[in-house]
Structure formats: structure tokens, C-alpha cells
Design a binder for this molecule. Structure first.
Ligand SMILES: *Cc1c(COP(=O)(O)O)cnc(C)c1O
Length: 450
């Protein structure tokens, strides 16, 4: 149904797919930040590009991708759909494992898919600058690059601790022309208040969002850009699933299980939503959302109204949430340390269409190590959770002798995350008596894969 009714050119979709058009029940409405009134598009447009505020409320099934955005996409899309043959062999599974490789974008993750759209609409509106927050730096890099493509300036409030811990992403943002401000900063009232209490305040994503929104509201020609959670970010990411659907069809494959890791929900939504329309039309596809045990939003959070930022400046949306003041434990997958999850993904979990699973960090990193040893690709610590969930499904298929087609999203690469992998390896060599050789890695019974 829906996904076959629209066209693509050279494997690149020409329209984004809007799941809101096909939901059996609409997602619950959003509310104003501090009033019990339904959210108005104008309230969002006060700090975001107007076209995005409009897309947020759209129920139109297909939204044309502007030609300028398509042209930008062409520089790295369509991304490959790779069959992980050596991983399958290693796992001795009858399942076929595919991954959609979103690590191929220049900044190394799926986030550029929405970044270029946001920069384009901001430019169209005559804005000069986009302001945002960044934790690990993936979103900051993508928005900085997109802004440079469309001739905008970009300001990134980067969590102070990440600035110190992730110097490479900080440098990348600056190479793409972005300005990096350690958050909390003296540029905003929120930041000044916090710094007057503690000069070395380490910061958090919630505070960085609050600073970015305050900064965007206070500056003419500037708007705030958000990398996930909002409906428009899910919409832009559907190029992932639309391409994958076409690539799978060309291989005569029908997916049985679709998997993505969950932070704010955008890479999962991007791969899954076009296939959700097939499921709603009766095809028995399973959807698996993999989240960290350290931040178990979908498996342990409550489905209720909450703010999307920690300071309570943004609209209230109905989602699975651990509470907007919840501070998740420090894990390497910074991009998954978010208290809530996109309202559309939460809605699908609530309807029973999407299953969620919480995985441990060590299990996820082990899976990434196995993917590296078999397929050569270094997954982002975030994507490692999707890799683990895919491996678990492939192992289940082996036990059940079931030859299923498993597709997961490799949301990004981990080449800027060597601190995480370095720490993981040194911890591992302390627990494994002898350092494993590559041959050991490939046998790997001691690490629990057989
Ligand atoms: C930001 C990020 C995530 C998490 O965000 P989602 O909106 O849930 O996709 C996952 N993987 C990578 C590589 C990221 O940069």
C-alpha cells in the first residue's frame, strides 16, 4: 500500500512518508508548554522554522522533498543496504541479516537527513542562523554541515562535559563552520544563573536545549533546530525506510523483523515507519526498538504528558518518559541518554505495533565488536544496541530453525568514539584472562555467542 504508491528516482525517494496519515487512531494532541491548551503551530513557529511547525501537524501522506534537499541528499544517498553474510555465518543462523548503513553520511550518522531539510527551510524563510544543542556531537556536526551547505551560520551549545570528552566532534563542528559554545555559558540567562552557582558546572542536554531555545528566541533571524523527537524529524528520516523497501524488493525480500536503537526515536522511525504502513495493511512484520538499560524509556517509563526538554520550555507531548528531570546514568551511547521518546514511536508502542527491549551496555558493545570482526564496520555505541538486538533475533532464528529476514538500522559509525571502545577493551582484557586473538574473537564461545 502506501510505500509502493510513491515514486523514487535512481533509488532516492522524492517524497517523505507521513505515518500520521495511516494511523488507526491519531496520536494524542500536543499541549502548550505552560497552559492547558492544545499546541498551536504559531507557538512552535516562534522558535522553529515555520515550514517545520507546519509539518509537525500535517496528516498528508506524502510530503514532497524540495529539489534543493534532494540534491543535497544525492551527495550521500541512497545509502547501501548491506547483507551481513559473515555475521550470519559466524552465528550459524538460517536468518538473513541486512543493515541499512546510515554511517555513510559525511558526519557519520542518519542525523544529516533531517539537518539538511531544516537548514533548507530556515534558508527559504530568510533566516540567517540555526541554534541547537549537542550532547555527543553527532547532531551538532550534522546541523553545522547542513548550515554550511545552505549558507547559514550555526551555533551549537555543547554540553560542557562532552566538549572536554569529545574534542574530535567539537573540531568537526568548527570545520563545518559552526560555532561551539560550552554549555552552560554566559550567553544566556539560564547559563549565567547556573555558572554563578558553580563555575565548573558540567552541564546536561536539557540545559543545552534551554540555552539554545533562549538564544534562538532572543535573536532576530535565528531559529532553533531539533534533531529528533518531533514529528518532522521522524518524517525526514523516512528516506531510510523508503530506500530500504525498494532495495529489499529488488532482492525479492520481505522483512520479518525491523530493528533500530532508540534515543529520541528518529533513526528507528525512519527505517520502521514505511514498513509500519505495510503492517497496518496486514503484513506480519515485527518492529523491535532497542534501548539501553541505563535509560529504559519505553520499557520502564510511563506513557504520559511531559516536556521534551529538561527546563520545561518546550511543548508537552504524550510519550513514554522517565520524567524530564531524570538524569540517565553516564553511558558511552550519549545519543540514547534521553528521558523521553518521540510521541509517534510511543504511540505505536502503546498500540502494540512496536515491541521494546532494554539491553545492557556491555552486551551492546560486545555485539559491535563482533560486527567489526565479521563485517569490518565500527558501529556507533548507539547503533550497537540495534546490532545486539539483531544478533539476539538471529540466534533465536537458529534455535527455532526459522529462516527470517532481519533488517536493522546502523544509525552511525563509531570512528569518533574510540575513547568508548578503548575503555571497553581495557575493561574486557582485565576480565578475560588472556587477550583474545582475532581467531578467538571469531570462535568466541567464551563471549556467549554460540
Ligand atoms: C543521535 C543518535 C541516535 C539516537 O537518536 P534517535 O533520534 O533515536 O535516532 C542513534 N544513533 C546515532 C548514531 C545518533 O547520532
Amino acid at each position: 500500500m502506501a510505500i509502493s504508491s510513491h515514486s523514487s528516482v535512481d533509488g532516492l525517494p522524492v517524497a517523505w512518508y507521513n505515518l500520521a496519515a495511516d494511523l488507526p487512531q491519531p496520536a494524542p494532541p500536543m499541549f502548550e508548554p505552560s497552559r492547558d491548551e492544545p499546541l498551536r503551530p504559531s507557538s512552535l513557529a516562534a522558535f522553529m522554522p515555520a515550514a517545520l511547525a507546519e509539518q509537525e501537524f500535517s496528516t498528508q501522506r506524502w510530503i514532497d522533498i524540495p529539489p534543493e534537499v534532494l540534491e543535497a541528499y544525492r551527495s550521500w544517498r541512497p545509502t547501501p543496504l548491506v547483507r551481513a553474510v559473515r555475521l550470519e555465518k559466524y552465528l550459524r543462523t538460517p536468518a538473513r541479516i541486512y543493515f541499512k548503513d546510515e554511517s555513510r553520511s559525511p558526519p557519520g550518522s542518519h542525523k544529516l537527513n533531517t539537518a539538511v531539510a531544516q537548514a533548507y527551510y530556515a534558508r527559504q524563510q530568510g533566516l540567517q542562523r540555526l541554534v541547537t544543542e549537542s550532547g555527543a556531537g553527532q547532531w551538532g556536526c550534522s546541523l553545522a554541515m547542513a548550515c554550511s551547505m545552505f549558507g547559514l551560520s550555526c551555533k551549537v551549545f555543547m554540553v560542557n562535559l562532552s566538549c572536554q570528552q569529545r574534542p574530535y566532534r567539537r573540531t568537526l563542528i568548527r570545520l563545518w563552520g559552526g560555532e561551539v559554545i560550552a554549555s552552560p555559558s554566559l550567553q544566556t540567562a539560564v547559563g549565567r544563573r547556573l555558572l554563578s552557582r558553580d563555575q565548573d558546572y558540567k552541564g546536561s542536554i536539557g540545559i543545552a536545549i534551554a540555552e539554545a531555545v533562549e538564544n534562538a528566541l532572543g535573536e532576530a533571524g535565528a531559529a532553533y533546530g531539533c534533531g529528533s523527537v518531533y514529528n518532522y524529524a521522524m518524517l525526514h528520516q523516512t528516506v531510510i525506510g523508503l530506500e530500504a523497501a525498494e532495495q529489499l524488493a529488488a532482492l525479492d525480500e520481505k522483512p520479518d523483523v525491523i530493528i533500530g536503537c532508540i534515543g529520541g526515536g528518529s533513526n528507528f522511525a525512519g527505517l520502521a515507519f514505511p514498513f509500519v504502513s505495510q503492517r497496518l495493511a496486514g503484513q506480519p512484520i515485527r518492529f523491535l526498538a532497542a534501548e539501553p538499560r541505563a535509560c529504559p524509556t519505553l520499557t520502564r517509563g510511563r506513557y504520559r504528558y511531559d516536556h521534551t526538554d529538561a527546563a520545561g520550555l518546550t511543548p508537552r507531548v504524550k510519550m513514554h518518559t522517565l520524567g524530564h528531570t531524570y538524569v540517565p546514568r553516564d553511558i558511552y551511547a550519549c545519543g540514547l541518554r534521553y528521558h523521553g521518546c518521540a510521541p509517534l514511536v510511543s504511540h505505536l508502542v502503546n498500540l502494540g505495533v512496536v515491541e521494546a527491549v532494554a539491553l545492557s551496555e556491555s552486551a551492546a558493545l560486545k555485539a559491535a565488536q563482533l560486527l567489526a570482526a565479521t563485517e569490518g564496520i565500527i558501529a556507533a555505541p548507539e547503533s550497537a544496541y540495534a546490532v545486539r538486538a539483531a544478533i539476539n533475533e538471529a540466534v533465536r532464528c537458529r534455535k527455532q530453525q526459522s529462516s527470517e529476514c532481519i533488517v536493522f538500522c546502523l544509525s552511525g559509525h563509531g570512528l569518533c568514539d574510540m575513547e568508548a571502545y578503548g575503555a571497553y577493551l581495557s575493561k574486557q582484557s582485565k576480565t578475560v584472562a588472556e587477550k583474545p586473538s582475532l581467531v578467538d574473537l571469531l570462535r568466541w564461545s567464551k563471549l556467549g555467542y554460540t
